[in-house]
Design a binder for this molecule. Sequence first.
Ligand code: ATP
Ligand code: MG
Length: 451
Amino acid sequence: MMGKAGVNNRQVNEEGFHVHHLSEHEFNLDSISPNAIKVVHQLKSQGHEAYLVGGCVRDLLLDREPKDFDVATSALPEEVRQVFRNSRLIGRRFRLAHVRFGREIIEVATFRGSGDGNNKGQATAQEIHEDGRILRDNVYGSMGEDAIRRDFTINALYLDPEDETVLDRVNGMVDHQNRTLRLIGDPEERYREDPVRLLRAIRFASKLDFEIAAETLQPISTLGSLLSSVPQARLYEEILKLFLSGHALQTFEDLCRHNLLKQLFPQTDQILNQEGNESLRQLITLALHSTDSRLAENKPVTPYFLFAALLWGGIEKAVHNRLDSENEYIVMQQAMGEVLREQAQTVALPKRSSIPMREVWTLQPRFRQRRGNRPHRLLEHPRFRAAYDFLLLRAETGAENSELAEWWTKFQAAGGAQRKKMTQPKQQRRSQRPKTTPKKPAPVASKPGDA
Ligand code: ATP
Ligand code: MG
């Protein structure tokens, strides 16, 4: 990692970037993907400027394994395309080149400008909505401009793996060493340009364990409503990042604290703010905590399980408040429809999440049917495991009988004979108890599954 000397020992280049020499510090250049180094090298050998930039530099400086490598260059997308036969151009909002090496993709972006009209006849390449949001941003510019239109100072560091230098125009190295997350420029303006930055601030602060700078933090709780203008698909992707980055619990608490949960999950926010809903908070906490633990152990996690917990409050309430004459299954189906419709007002869940989530919910009452064939059939259900895990969490919060959860744990572990015994209709079991003679001969269950 960089020592303090890294900040003091610096030169300034002609574009105003401070140049930090990495060779003097413990910076592990070996953790850089050889393909990323190759891309930088090729671009430079064709006369372009090229650097590693963004999250990978940030993570390398923190001695963390970067999850991917991004390159910023002076070459235009078409020029990048020409340098690499193994590349293709993608994106509309941002035009980028993807250079592919087997399973690894190196993302190469051309330096972006500020869109103030000084950009080589590209006046229409940037589109700004009247609310200040940038809709399209393909204005190219200098490296200096590229740096200041990035989001946080620690995300605007440029690493030259050949010179072993980091170039910094926004004091990112100082913030890095002080573990401070700071937006570049005027925070409110930057949040208005792209409200997703509100969520990125929360995400990076908890993921990196950085403190949000006071002026970057201050506008967050009042600007949350800007998120309603972000396309739902982009918000959904950001939600996945928020909850699947290994710090879901911390992130969730920060979202609540900064008034942002209600922009993403308004129903959940509302229920959590009512008195006497501690069990929902506990359920969500347990689900997020288990997601974090699984990720820490490199186990797979599924977003729908988290959504099942996050949105369970509305379903539970409907089932709890139903009249005796109402069928639980029907009440639940109606509640699921309502909860999902309501959720779609802010961030709709795609079918790949909502379908399995509904299955997890629908299976909950079925766990109570423990006689006959039904438990055996339930065990075969593709969503059994997730639904059982959900049942365990509900039992832990006290919302479901813990004896029921234990029964299912035992049932799964049991062999064929014991399973059969565990699911025998009550009457039959009574008939087999020694010394209790049934008044009538034990009836055989008329239908499989009758309890
Ligand atoms: P992660 O580890 O989540 O990938 P990252 O910093 O690499 O973190 P990306 O979303 O991959 O995040 O973006 C790469 C870089 O692009 C960022 O580091 C930042 O410099 C810039 N960037 C990304 N999103 C924005 C944004 N909304 N506004 C300004 N700059 C952004
Ligand atoms: Mg990244």
